[in-house]
Design a protein around this ligand. Structure first.
Ligand SMILES: [Zn+2]
Length: 133
């Protein structure tokens, strides 16, 4: 069995731990490349666009729209699996928290749920159900 781990894998695991810790504290972070000024998902130490290795954390606005979604069978409590496109331009796989999955539509505005996580990953809800500060 090969137990060798490359430095990149160690760094990626560290970034994912940092992401999950921030998420548990209610912060939704994205990894950005300052060189090409673009975010990427999932968090990686090397920019997937320009291969720069100086990526950094920036807080996401947590706003997006439903790109696509699917409602799991009722036996799974109507769980909604979705792709959400963030205002920063990233499209990410996530879950949408809703009691009315039949009312969802592609293009609806959603925002991150800051006090709920599933395995440390951000969840989203329709933005009109969120109290604005
Ligand atoms: Zn870059």
């Amino acid at each position: 069995m090969n137990t060798t781990t490359t430095p990149v894998n160690i760094e990626t695991a560290t970034l994912i731990d940092e992401f999950k810790e921030a998420s548990a504290a209610g912060r939704f972070l994205l990894r950005w490349c300052p060189d090409c000024d673009r975010p990427h998902w999932y968090p990686r130490p090397i920019c997937p666009f320009c291969i720069d290795n100086e990526t950094e954390w920036r807080e996401s606005e947590g706003q997006g729209v439903i790109y696509s979604y699917s409602v799991a069978p009722k036996s799974d409590n109507g769980r909604v699996i979705a792709y959400v496109t963030l205002s920063e331009g990233i499209t990410m796989l996530t879950n949408i928290v809703t009691n009315e999955p039949d009312s969802l539509a592609i293009g609806q505005a959603v925002e991150v749920v800051r006090d709920l996580t599933l395995s440390g990953l951000p969840l989203f809800q329709l933005s009109n159900t969120v109290a604005k500060p």
